[in-house]
Write a protein that binds this ligand. Structure first.
Ligand SMILES: Cc1cc2nc3c(=O)[nH]c(=O)nc-3n(C[C@H](O)[C@H](O)[C@H](O)COP(=O)(O)OP(=O)(O)OC[C@H]3O[C@@H](n4cnc5c(N)ncnc54)[C@H](O)[C@@H]3O)c2cc1C
Length: 553
């Protein structure tokens, strides 16, 4: 297998030698290292590698170089290897240039000279960047392949599931990729059997269910222990954070997710308000980091597995799955967040996954290249999706009922959108009908003021019209508000029915529900702040109270 490259450039020969030595010693088994004394020379190397079909994982460039500054070099190198990570080597006096470069060249890191000891200041950063690069890198021959029809619901579910579970795959559209046909012939599979999933070892499965694919790519659906200290339902930011803290504190921790870890956050194309990531990061990347972290501490993850009920026996909690298996635990953290509301239009459900998507912008982005697409709703999630899709689609139309986007979305997003020429905001508008043979082809829009209707071609409709709590599965075991959000802590004290339910001498802990030892965290909790940081905070905090409860038991 070809090893990917790390390219280093610095005109100061002493510095170049030092960093080349450190990088080579640490990474020589997995990467080739090329070092040059000038940025011009480095660019020549980069072009040559491209022609030879080689890959670059990381560029490390000094900022101050006489022929070309580091930022300019990274900008040009980025055009040739856009996925490679970029590190700028800077002196303290160049920090301003480095911070600007975060936006102009999407710099991944600026490394202050000197970086000694490298074990503390260099390798952790480079490891992190290379892990991130590896997660998205799909070496041509080694990834799982999905072959199917672009606008098929089944193909969409598979792509979404694998990408959400960080399983790299190569997507092959049977109608547009001549290579796809060759695989069908080799596997003796007809188009009516699609989608076809071909595993890394060459085995394949026709039109598989998600659990079947999960099993084959090494994801687990059965718990291994008789009893867990804490069982967490939902692997959004709240559930993932709870699992990290649970395992890290030595609790036997099980995390259950019905689709893919990351929750709503995983569909965010760019999160800009998460502490410590000044150049933003995608939801998929945040999820990848969290999954890696929680697995490292020893959390068991079951996916796809959906919880359908909870019962209590002698204070122990019994969690029942859709496949009727049961898992026992001492405590439970419910972190099932919220789910998108469906757009209520006759016949629209026929196109879900076949032109109509709920929060799946990043998965379907490439398929929308040069197309006109529509986004329903104008909140922050809708705006983020619009910004992301504007890089691929010919035009992105945001449909809102109100007068202006500024009434519903954050300022920075409204400004970004107004500066993006291929995004149009269409106000006072509802979608009232849709049509298409097997996939979505047209939608009908209605102006809510004038009543005027028009039908327009639409390749894709992304729906972001609000959410409802993910508690439809939960019986009446815990108290909820009238919308279905779970009551906890002091909010429970206002509910008169608590007196008959709560038998302990103490009041419920802050995230504790009306059942001792069952906690709620994140968006699903009544009164939660919502947002990624808040969910992470709530998930982490729940574990503190889980421990208190365990001490009481
Ligand atoms: C497109 C988009 C962009 C966003 N961007 C930002 C942003 O930039 N910054 C920000 O702060 N916030 C953002 N948000 C909001 C943020 O993502 C949420 O507030 C956050 O994800 C809530 O986390 P959570 O863990 O409480 O729930 P969720 O993220 O909703 O996760 C809940 C999880 O539980 C699982 N689940 C539900 N029921 C079951 C069941 N019965 N069994 C098993 N599993 C189940 C779900 O599949 C899901 O994975 C965005 C939201 C969206 C939709």
């Amino acid at each position: 297998m070809k090893l990917p490259y790390i390219i280093i450039t610095d005109d100061d020969i002493q510095v170049l030698r030092a960093i080349q030595r450190d990088i080579r010693n640490q990474y020589r088994d997995e990467y080739k290292v090329a070092a040059t004394e000038s940025a011009i020379e480095a660019l020549e190397v980069v072009k040559e590698l491209k022609l030879k079909n080689e890959t670059v994982a990381l560029f490390i460039s000094d900022q101050r170089m006489p022929e070309m500054e580091g930022v300019a070099f990274l900008e040009q190198a980025n055009e040739i290897f856009p996925d490679a990570k970029k590190v700028l080597l800077t002196a303290y006096s160049d920090i301003d240039a480095a911070i600007k470069a975060i936006n102009t060249v999407k710099l991944d890191y600026y490394l202050l000279k000197p970086w000694h000891p490298p074990e503390e200041k260099l390798f952790p950063v480079i490891n992190d960047l290379l892990d991130e690069w590896q997660a998205l890198y799909k070496p041509d021959r080694e990834a799982t392949r999905i072959i199917g029809f672009q606008w098929s619901q089944k193909s969409h579910r598979l792509k979404e599931f694998l990408s959400g579970n960080l399983v790299p795959y190569i997507w092959m559209d049977v109608e547009n990729d001549p290579e796809a046909e060759k695989y069908l012939v080799s596997a003796n599979v007809s188009k009516s059997d699609l989608p076809l999933v071909i595993l890394k070892d060459g085995s394949y499965v026709k039109d598989p269910s998600l659990p079947d694919v999960a099993e084959r790519v090494g994801l687990h659906q059965k718990a291994t222990k008789e009893m867990y200290d804490v069982l967490i339902i939902g692997a959004g930011p709240a559930g993932l954070a709870a699992s990290v803290y649970g395992s890290c504190e030595g609790l036997k921790t099980l995390l259950i997710e019905r689709s893919n870890p990351g929750g709503q956050a995983s569909s965010s194309a760019r999160i800009e308000n998460y502490l410590g990531f000044p150049n933003g990061l995608s939801g998929a990347e945040l999820s990848r980091r969290a999954i890696t972290q929680t697995l490292r501490f020893g959390t068991e993850i079951l996916t796809p597995q959906e919880v359908k009920n909870i019962t209590i026996k002698d204070g122990y909690k019994i969690t029942q799955m859709q496949d009727d298996s049961e898992i026992h635990s001492k405590t439970i953290v419910i972190a099932t967040g919220v789910a998108y509301k469906k757009l209520e239009i006759d016949g629209l459900e026929n196109f879900t996954g076949a032109g109509v998507y709920y929060g799946a912008a990043s998965v379907e982005a490439l398929a929308c290249r040069n197309e006109s697409i529509y986004i329903v709703g104008g909140g922050n999630s809708a705006c983020q999706a619009a910004m992301y899709m504007s890089k691929f689609a010919k035009e992105v139309n945001i449909l809102i009922r109100r007068d202006a986007l500024s009434q519903v979305a954050a300022n920075y997003l409204v400004e970004n959108i107004s500066r993006t020429p291929n995004i149009h905001v269409i106000i006072h508008t509802d979608v009232i009908a849709c049509s298409g043979s097997s996939v979505l082809e047209n939608i009908t829009l209605k102006n809510t003021i004038t009543g005027e209707e028009k039908t327009v071609p639409a390749k894709a409709l992304f729906v972001y019209i609000g959410t409802k709590p993910g508690t439809a599965w939960l019986n009446d075991l815990v108290l909820k508000d009238e919308k279905g959000f779970i009551l906890s802590g002091s909010d429970l004290l206002k509910d008169k029915s608590l007196n008959t339910l709560w038998k302990l001498k103490r009041d419920p802990f802050m995230p504790e529900t009306s059942v001792p030892g069952i906690f709620a965290s994140g968006d699903v909790r009544f009164g939660a702040m919502t947002g990624i940081s808040a969910a992470v905070g709530e998930g982490s905090m729940a574990i503190r109270f889980v421990r208190k409860y365990l001490q009481e038991m």
